[in-house]
Write a protein that binds this ligand. Structure first.
Ligand SMILES: C[S@@+](CC[C@H](N)C(=O)[O-])C[C@H]1O[C@@H](n2cnc3c(N)ncnc32)[C@H](O)[C@@H]1O
Length: 288
């Protein structure tokens, strides 16, 4: 029945401040929220290497993820050679959560992070998956159902990471993996993560970053600009979405600049650890 709800485009409804004991899947598969999602919509920004208006960026990012949603997991494994599982595993191991914790996974996509964190919390924990994109969140909901997180251990709520539909001080841990570089306003997203985190809570962000080992940047550039769009084209028929992926990674602030943005949002004890020579970095901060 829940899968039916996903396909049938249930109405958008946000009542996430009081979470009931059954899992909710609250989706808006119209584009209304997407088009409204930023007051900065008319200002110019970047979509990969192109300059576009803010509104166009949001629409095109949503187009990318709607296009890749059904093959997102297989492409993740192919492009990273399965490495994304190890990067995420490290995130789970340092997550400051346990029995009874409440976690928000922003830009949850197909739900890997939410499911991994849920295992660490056990049956009394609760994870909320949120994503702006309906088809991606639908993949996450299917995976959450398959993982047996029903009833009562997960919610899927469609929402923009820069305008989260949750009360202040709601979560013990807020996570985002490979999502924030797609945001129109990264600082607005970080401010929202800080707002919804409880005092003492932990923020973690896994994101592509800058290689720090000699020659790795050359090899990584050659692989990502030549191979990733090609693999995307062969597997999904959509080269452009994977070209955007590669370009968006290069546009994202490096480890040091991103750490400053995290501190600027109010987080303390901000640090990062490089993984795979800095291709990916795991950032952490706390709301003290
Ligand atoms: C590369 S996927 C990452 C999915 C998942 N976290 C993972 O690690 O596999 C990026 C996700 O960010 C979501 N996204 C992009 N912009 C967003 C926004 N403003 N608010 C919430 N989610 C957003 C996309 O819909 C997509 O599901």
């Amino acid at each position: 029945m829940l899968s039916c709800c996903l396909v049938d485009k249930v109405a958008f409804h946000l009542d996430s401040k009081a979470m009931p004991d059954t899992m909710r899947i609250t989706m808006n598969t119209t584009t209304d929220q997407t088009t409204e999602s930023s007051a900065a919509g008319s200002q110019s920004t970047h979509f990969g290497y192109e300059t576009v208006s803010g509104a166009e960026k949001v629409q095109r990012v949503m187009g990318v993820f709607s296009s890749v949603a059904s093959q997102y997991d297989v492409m993740n494994d192919l492009m990273s050679g399965g490495m994304h599982r190890l990067w995420k595993r490290r995130m789970f191991s340092v997550a400051a959560i346990g029995a009874g914790s409440r976690v928000l996974d922003v830009a949850a996509g197909s739900g890997d992070v939410a499911i991994g964190l849920s295992k660490k919390m056990g049956p009394s924990g609760r994870v909320v998956l949120t994503d702006l994109n309906g088809p991606m969140l639908a993949e996450g909901a299917r995976r959450v159902i398959d993982a047996g997180l029903l009833p009562g251990r997960a919610d899927c709520i469609q929402s923009d990471g820069t305008r989260l539909a949750f009360a202040d001080n709601s979560f013990d841990c807020v996570t985002i993996a490979f999502g924030i570089r797609n945001f129109l306003d990264i600082e607005a997203g970080l401010a929202e993560f800080y707002r919804v985190l409880k005092p003492g809570g932990q923020f973690m962000c896994l994101e592509f970053s800058r290689p720090v080992l000699p020659l790795l940047d050359v090899i990584y550039d050659a692989y990502s600009f030549n191979m990733i769009p090609l693999i995307g084209e062969k597997v999904t028929g959509d080269r452009d979405s994977y070209q955007y992926l590669v370009e968006s990674i290069r546009r994202f602030p490096d480890q040091g600049r991103f750490e400053k943005l995290i501190s600027g949002a109010g987080f303390d004890l901000v640090r990062h650890e490089n993984m795979t020579g800095g291709i990916v970095a795991l950032h952490r901060g706390y709301k003290i």
